[in-house]
Design a protein. Sequence first.
Length: 241
Amino acid sequence: MSLDKDATPSTPDSSTAAAAEAPARTEDLALAALKTRDLPSEEIERIAKDTAVMKSRKVRLALAAHPRAPRRLTLRLIRELYTFDLMQFSVMPAVAADLKRVAEEQLVVRLPSITLGERLSLARRSSTLVAGALLLDKESPVWQAALDNPRLTEAAIFRALQHPNAGAAFVEAVCHHAKWSVRSEIRLALLRNPHTPLVRALEFARRLSPAQLRDVLYASRLPEKIKACLRKDLESRGRNC
């Protein structure tokens, strides 16, 4: 059987290039479709069943975040998302609050198994719940970064200060933090924490009324020596009034 001399077979280079472009076009089409908020559920299901396109991290994230994606599908995808895709999902404004909570809880569960570098990145950029959990990290760069996370709230720091795993270095850092040390609720939490240094405890105590301070000291875990100093200082203030 002879070959047609005039035939021009496709070169390996051109066929390889075409094959390489196809997945990219498929991903782009899926992402473009998922930008449509009222995308029919049938189309969402079709994309979810396309094993080739679902290999794309971008597609999985966009599909999980789509407002019309079936809940069962979203919950499955949340469990499968990579750590930083999960973090991105948890801070997307359009995602429902309950789904964000599921994603945040997944991240908190993963914290013990991820690297220091990953925890540092999460501490800087993650949601309130995750940043609050990282305040109790054993590595100081992690909780230091979490303290400056713009999403961190006073309530999250208050809870961390009440936790038995709150370390002395973390407590002292909060005592001197320019933003958090001036908050009244944080100062009350610090006056109940056993690691608060005497100098800072005295400063915070002097901002309270005698009745408030007595109430705080009643339930405080400060060492007895520091409590005694605060009571003595309170008596001295009373005599000088």
